[in-house]
Design a binder for this molecule. Structure first.
Ligand code: PGA
Length: 246
C-alpha cells in the first residue's frame, strides 16, 4: 500500500517560493516515485493557485490548510472551500491544532467543516491530538476518541478520509513522540474507527517528523504516512522523509 507524505507549509512561502519548491521537487524524483507514495501539499492560501498550476500534470494533491464555515456568504476574511475546489484543490486540512488553539476551533466547528469538505468531494485530512497536560493526566485516548467521534458524527461508514494524529506537544517542538507512543495511539485510532464501521481511512503521524526519525516511525503498524511541517519547507528534507520507504 502507498504511503502518504503530506507537507503542511503553514504560514510560509510566497508564490515564487512555492513555485520554486515544486519545480525543484519535480526534477529530483523519478517516474517510479509515485508508485509507492502519495504526496499532498497544503500551501497557504495566497500560494494555492501557483502551487496548483505547478502540480497540474502530477498526481500531487493540493488543498487549503483551513476553510470557512460555509461555501459562500458574509464571512469577511474567511476562505471558501467551494472556491478552493473550483481552483482545482482535491484535499483540505481540517482541525489542525494551531487552529484549535489559536483560533478557538471547536469539535463542533470541525464537524461542520468535515461535512462541507465531503459534500464537495474533497478528501479531508482531519487533525487530532492531545495536549501535554492531557497526556500527562493519561487522557490521550479519551481526548482523541472524542475529537474523532465529534468530527465524524453522522458521516457514512463508506466515506474516505484521512486522520492525522498530531500530539500537540510534538508539533514544532523537536520533541517527537516515541515509537511506543505512536504505536499505541495509532492502534487506538484504528480500532476506534474500525469499531464504528469505517473502512476507507488512513492514519498519518505528525509532530517533528524528520528524516532521522521517519524510518523507524513509518514501520509502525497503522502509520500510513506523515503530516510534516518544518521539515517539509525544504525540498531536500522533505524528500529525505519521502525516502524513508524504498
Ligand atoms: P512539525 O509540524 O513537523 O513542524 O512539527 C507538523 C504539523 O503541524 O502539521
Amino acid at each position: 500500500m502507498k504511503k502518504i507524505f503530506a507537507a503542511n507549509w503553514k504560514m510560509n512561502k510566497t508564490p515564487d517560493e512555492s513555485k520554486a519548491f515544486v519545480e525543484n521537487f519535480k526534477v529530483k524524483i523519478d517516474q517510479d516515485f509515485f508508485k509507492t507514495r502519495d504526496i499532498f501539499i497544503f500551501p497557504q492560501n495566497f500560494s494555492l493557485a501557483v502551487t496548483l498550476s505547478q502540480c497540474a500534470q502530477t498526481p500531487i494533491r493540493i488543498g487549503p490548510q483551513n476553510i470557512g464555515p460555509e461555501n459562500s456568504g458574509a464571512f469577511t476574511g474567511e476562505n471558501s472551500l467551494a472556491v478552493a475546489k473550483a481552483m482545482g484543490s482535491t484535499t483540505v486540512l481540517i482541525g489542525h491544532s494551531e487552529r484549535r488553539i489559536l483560533n478557538g476551533e471547536t469539535n463542533e466547528m470541525i464537524a461542520k467543516k468535515m461535512k462541507l469538505a465531503l459534500q464537495q468531494s474533497l478528501l479531508p485530512v482531519l487533525c487530532i491530538g492531545e495536549s501535554l497536560k492531557e497526556r500527562e493526566s493519561r487522557e490521550s485516548n479519551r481526548v482523541c476518541s472524542e475529537q474523532l467521534e465529534q468530527a465524524l458524527a453522522g458521516i457514512n461508514a463508506e466515506t474516505e478520509f484521512i486522520v492525522a494524529y498530531e500530539p500537540v506537544w510534538a508539533i514544532g517542538t523537536g520533541r517527537v513522540a516515541t515509537a511506543d507512543q505512536v504505536r499505541q495511539m495509532h492502534e487506538h485510532i484504528f480500532s476506534t474507527l474500525s469499531g464504528r464501521g469505517f473502512k476507507n481511512f488512513k492514519i498519518l503521524y505528525g509532530g517533528s517528523v524528520k528524516s532521522d526519525n521517519a524510518k523507524e516511525l513509518i514501520q509502525i503498524p497503522h502509520v500510513d504516512g506523515f503530516l510534516i511541517g518544518g521539515a517539509a519547507l525544504e525540498v531536500s528534507s522533505f524528500l529525505d522523509i519521502c525516502n524513508s520507504i524504498k
